[in-house]
Design a protein around this ligand. Sequence first.
Ligand code: CP3
Length: 352
Amino acid sequence: MIQNDAFLRALRRQPTDYTPIWLMRQAGRYLPEYNKTRATAGSFMKLAMTPELATEVTLQPLARFPLDAAILFSDILTVPDAMGLGLSFAAGEGPKFARKTDNEQAISALAVPDMNRLRYVFDAVTTIKKALNGHVPLIGFSGSPFTLACYMIEGGSSEGFPNVRKLAYARPDLMKQLIHINAQAVAAYLNEQIAAGVDAVMIFDTWGGLLSSVAYQNLSLDTMKEVLARLNANAAGEKVPTILFTKGGGQWLDGMANSGADALGLDWTVDIAQARQRFGGKVALQGNLDPLVLLTDEKTVAREADTIIHAAGVQPGHVFNLGHGIVPQTPPENVAVLVETVHRVSREMRLE
Ligand code: CP3
């Protein structure tokens, strides 16, 4: 049993006493205690691959702030790493793969990885669930098949992923081949996380917004639907709530709302009042504060949070979050103000 189930209730569009909140990348470099654990571990991958350390950093933000959910500490790129691409993270730099998957030969050689190679992730889920002891739900996650393909093709982070876009338009057949393997891998990966006990799952489609509308539908949304359709029930036989987040996907919310996901993540460019009006009867919405608001001052943070809470309204089905990940320069005190404001204002609104 989960003691604080406000997050799960909101995903199911059931009433809650207040709006639950968690933050994308809530365990990360803006927390001095994270940097300390990471320095001791020596590398990001060492943190992610050691269940006790992954548990420690997962719990760090919850010890500071009364957040309503925990998110598994790992990364979306563990899946291509398990495919043999050789992932590393140099401090202060983005992810890097030893091998790129940017041609017919490399794509043809790919296969869905043996899930035992990702056992460290599922072990982390088990360890985190035990440590949470039912306090709040645990979110599992994966990258979208398309977003994983972006990093696999470029071999790491990129400004605008030009080689991905060229391949998507010039060789949609190859792109589909790659994304189809990723979809099978992602579904298997999420199903193992569900079997290990996660309470909700989120698909991060960070780069779907780079595509044309037609390519988004064919290369990103359709494969996310395929993944959602393949997800298993949990050990209790219940459907695990799902969240779909396409950054820059505001114009495609209609298609996303019909994907089978229970909730949609919104970046900060989306008008949440309008989105609630159009899709609030069908899906829950998660978002949508600009993460850079957290780089301002406490008064501005409180005002911007208040604006979103009022725009989202009291109708069940809103989870407060940022429109993208928290940035490393964020002062933790501003996060404290954000969480307090969201809880207080949304509680007051329900009593009005
Ligand atoms: O949200 C959480 O607290 C859970 C952990 C989590 C991480 N990455 C830890 C991480 C989650 C959910 C992710 C998802 C992820 N990873 C995404 C999708 C969400 C998004 O932000 O768009 C993407 C695109 C990645 C790939 C990735 N991982 C990049 C591009 C980078 C480097 C850029 C950066 O922010 O540093 C990472 C590294 C990474 N993943 C860090 C953390 C805490 C920082 C690495 C470090 O400590 O050195």
